[in-house]
Design a protein around this ligand. Structure first.
Ligand code: ADP
Ligand SMILES: O=P(O)(O)O[C@H]1O[C@H](CO)[C@@H](O[C@H]2O[C@H](CO)[C@@H](O)[C@H](O)[C@H]2O)[C@H](O)[C@H]1O
Length: 480
């Protein structure tokens, strides 16, 4: 068991270190704010060598409204970790142990080994920590589809909302085992994470359209408002790693810039999307939409529009057109509701040789409250998301002037959009007028979400969704 030096002083404190470091992290949601952090939980993994301290802090950021709870795995070392300079959170002076180098856990092999072992063996985090207070133990839950220990690990780089670590594995009896990728959820919320629930359900159903779910870690923390009972949820998710495949966003960008035909892949993606929807309906059920569900959708879309206007005030001039289009969800016929992907775009799908399209990341939109993300929804939301993504690829090519002479990114996107929809309808049947109107409404809704997302994360990309809002509002027909 890890030795915890109760009463030792640490300068600067862990929370002081994090206050400086967190705002620079991609996953920090309160861009431009100084965090006001308070610990609401935390647990430890034991280093079998007894050298490295591994502590996972669950901290509430009170500078945000509503308060956001982050998961921050840290490792404490008595000497610098070679090659991990970029992951140094800071240094501190421990009154008993002397100088400590503090690292972002996913970059430290000792944290990664503890996390994966706890998940795959269905064990508990270091129970010694339980003496430090409530909510101090995290528990692993394996699906039984993977085993072994981590032999090397690497943090995935790129624009992610969470932190994913690719792990090469050694089988229990020696020799290589199947690699895995473990995603550490950075923002944790009370309740089940849809990424875990939906992907695990698809794995159980035998679908190969998602990477196989290998297991998850869950835990509890104090209600950040200090009034309610403890909160609990998923903290990390391990799944099959599919090596050597670029996500379709990168592939599509190259095709869009070159004007290369992508319609066959888009059509196939549409067909697979319909297959995934069917599998989700079969495994997790469908339900009739209620009047309340319709009103809830309308309200959430209106709130999104308000948020988009707060980010880009010029969108306020389109108020009556936006409200007219959004309001159509009241008059059109709705299909039954079901679980969907929820944040479907080209960065979430892999075109795997000999396996075909595989969908990732069923967590839903990271800026949306969990309660909304776990509700059964309209399949049109995913369709709209992917249609927007083809438009985004064209927009990005335009923005970076990456198109080769003669290529027309807009025509490329239009062809892909049509092919995707045709592929979907080839499996699920043709949409009627109402079905297509819902796609168009949800494309507008997605573009409004993207306005807020880009304003926070990539302001130079804002013209892509802002132009899309104009385009969608000026279209005559439903979608296509
Ligand atoms: N199981 C996997 N196999 C291979 N690559 C993966 C896998 N899961 C994720 N990736 C890669 O990591 C990227 C980000 O993963 P994602 O689950 O979308 O993370 P986030 O929730 O942080 O957005 C994907 O676009 C893909 O390139
Ligand atoms: O981090 P996530 O993958 O869960 O999703 C968020 O980030 C995405 C950007 O990485 C964002 O997607 C937007 O940009 C994509 C290109 O980078 C584009 O393909 C999508 O169509 C566009 O929505 C996504 O909206 C956001 O939730």
């Amino acid at each position: 068991m890890a030795i915890i030096h109760k009463g030792a002083s640490i300068v600067p404190s862990k929370l002081e270190l994090l206050t400086r470091w967190m705002p620079q992290q991609r996953w920090y949601a309160g861009k431009g704010q100084v965090p006001r952090l308070e610990r609401v939980g935390g647990f430890r993994f034991e280093d079998p060598e007894g050298e490295v301290g591994v502590e996972i802090l669950l901290v509430a950021d009170r500078s945000a409204a509503p308060v956001v709870v982050y998961q921050v795995p840290l490792t404490y070392r008595g000497a610098p970790l070679e090659g991990a300079e970029h992951a140094l959170v800071g240094t501190m002076e421990h009154s008993v142990l002397g100088p400590r180098w503090v690292y972002d856990g996913p970059h430290d092999p000792v944290y990664v080994a503890g996390l994966v072992d706890t998940i795959l063996t269905g064990s508990r985090s270091d129970v010694a920590q339980a003496s430090a207070g409530s909510n101090a133990v995290a528990v692993g839950a394996p699906t039984g589809l993977a085993a072994g220990t981590v032999s090397s690990s690497k943090v995935l780089t790129g624009e992610q909302s969470n932190t994913s670590v690719i792990c090469r594995m050694t089988a229990d009896g020696g020799g290589p085992a199947e690699p895995l990728i473990v995603k550490v959820f950075r923002i944790v919320q009370d309740g089940d994470n849809p990424d875990v629930v939906v992907q695990s359900a698809l794995t159980r159903s035998g679908s190969t359209r998602v990477p196989a779910a290998f297991g998850h870690l869950s835990g509890a923390w104090d209600d950040p408002s200090g009034t309610g009972p403890e909160q609990r949820g998923h903290l990390a998710f391990a799944q099959e790693f599919i090596p050597g495949v670029e996500d379709a966003w990168r592939v599509a960008l190259v095709a869009a810039a070159a004007g290369a035909d992508f319609t066959a892949r888009a059509r196939d993606l549409g067909a697979v999307t319909a297959e995934v929807h069917r599998a989700l309906a079969e495994t997790l059920g469908r339900e009739e939409p209620t009047a309340d569900a319709r009103e809830a959708l309308l309200t959430s879309m209106q709130e999104r529009y308000a948020a988009a206007v707060a980010s880009v005030p010029q969108l306020g001039t389109r108020s009556s057109d936006v409200h007219d289009l959004l309001g159509r969800v009241r008059s059109v016929a709705w299909p039954k509701l079901q679980r969907i992907h929820g944040d479907y775009h080209l960065g979430q799908v892999l075109d795997v040789p000999e396996r075909g399209w595989v969908a990732l990341d069923f967590e839903g939109e990271p800026l949306r409250p969990l309660a909304e993300r776990v509700r059964p929804d309209l399949v049109q939301r995913d369709i709209a998301g992917m249609l927007r993504s083809f438009d985004y690829a064209a927009g990005s090519v335009r923005l970076t002037a990456a198109a080769t002479a003669g290529a027309s990114p807009d025509a490329w996107a239009a062809d892909c959009r049509q092919a995707f929809l045709a592929g979907y309808e080839g499996v699920a049947g043709e949409f009627d007028e109402s079905g297509r109107t819902l796609i168009r409404v949800l494309e507008l809704d997605k573009a409004l979400y993207e306005v807020v997302y880009e304003a926070r994360n990539r302001p130079s990309w804002l013209p892509i969704p802002v132009d899309a809002v104009d385009r969608i509002l000026s279209e005559k027909g439903p979608a296509g």
